[in-house]
Design a protein around this ligand. Sequence first.
Ligand code: ZN
Length: 450
Amino acid sequence: MAEPKTRERAYRLRCYPSARQRRVLGRLFGASRFVWNWALARRTSAYHGDQTRLNWISLSREFTALRQAPETHWLTELPREPFNQVLRDQERAFQNFFARRARYPRYRRRGRAERVRVRFTLDQRREQVERDATPRWAFVNLPGVGRVKLRRTEGLQGRLRSVTLSRDGAGRYFASICADQVSQAVWPEPQCEVVGIDLGLRDLAVVSDGAHVHTLRAPKALQLKLTRLRRYQRRQSRQLAAQMRAQGLDPDKPCPKGVRLGMSHRRARTRARIARLHGRIGDLRRDALHRVSTALVGQARILVLEDLNVKALARGGHQRGFRRAMGDVALGDLRRQIRYKADWAGRQVIEIDRYYPSSKRCFECGTVNAALGGAKRWACPACGVCHDRDENAAKNIRAEGLRQLAAASSLATGKGPGSHARGVACAAERTRRVTVECAQRRPTQNREIA
Ligand SMILES: [Zn+2]
C-alpha cells in the first residue's frame, strides 16, 4: 500500500514549429505514408505469393536496404525513428485484423488530414523534453527536426514515453505526449452518493441525484458554429457545381475518375474556412466533453449510466440529422471519459441494461408508456403526471442503479459477504441514508426507495 498509485495519461499541446521545421515535418508526413504503403504492399504480396506473414523485424531489415537503394535514397535525409513507429503501427493493425477486431489495413492516400502524424519514442536516458523552460513554453528535441516549441498549458508529469506530432486540416500543429507513472490527482469528496445520468443528444447529460435534477449542456457556441458550418458547406457545393459546369461536366453526377477540377480562389478560401471551422468545432467539443465528464465524476461516488450501444446507434438506420447530432456530442467519447476518470477518482460506474425502458417508464407510477415517441414532454396515461423526457429517464436510471445495488447487497448477505460485495452493500446503505435525509427536506420529490 506504501507505493503511491500512478497512472498513464496523454498530454495534448499545441505546437509551433518554425518554417524549417514545418518543411521537415511535411516531408516526414509524406514519407511515413510512403513507408506505410510500401510495407503494406510487401506484406500483401508476400502473403499472396507463398503465404508468409512478414513481421515488423524482417520489414525493418528490408527497410534498411530500401534506404540504401539509389531511387529511395532520399529516405536517409530523414530521421529513422518515425519509420520504425510506422512499421510497429502496421504490425498492430495486422494483429487486430488477424484477431478479427479490425478490417484489413488500407493504403493511405494523400491529403487525408486524420493520418497526418508522426510518432517519436522518447529516449529515457536523456531528457528530450524541456518540461518547463518558461512558464508559457516547453520544448521537445527531436532528431532531424530540432527543438520544437510547445505551448505549455499544464505541468508535464511522470515519465514521458513518446511524442506524436500532427497537423490538422486547418494547418495547426499538435503534440500528443504519452506519459506513465503520473501521480494520481486527489479528487475532492463527492457531494452525493448515487447519481443517475441520462446521456443524450439535446443535452449532454441530465443528472438526477435523488433530490434535484440538473442538466449539463454543450456550449451554445458549438451550435452556432455548426450552423455556420452548414452555410459554408452549401457554399462549397455551389462553387463545386459551378466549377464542374465550367469544365463541361454534369454537376449532378460524381466527377469522373482522372479529371482534375480547377481550384478557384473563392473555392480555396471556402475550403480553408471550413477546415478552420472544423478545427474550432473539435476544440469546443473536446472541451465540453472533458468539462462534463469531470463534473460528473467529481459529483458522486456511484454513477449509474445506461449501457447504450453508441456504435450501433451511430451506424443504424436513423435519419441523417440524428446521426450528425450523435457525432456532435460524441456520446461514445463521453462515456469513455466517464469510465476512465471514474477509475482515476476511485468511483464506481454501474451500467444498466440498454433495454431497460428508462424514457418510457413513468417514474411516479411505473407504467411503461409504449406509445411514447420522440416527444420532449409527455403526460403519463395512467397517473397523469407531466414528465420532462430526459429528467424522467435520469430518475429511472438512478432508481434502477439503486435496485441493482440493493440486489447485490442482499445476494452478499445470503452467501456470506465477499469484500467486493460488502463494499457494494455499504454503498447501498449509505445511499439509503442520504436519500432519506434528502427526503426529509423535500418530501414530494423522493420516491425512489419507497
Ligand atoms: Zn404515471
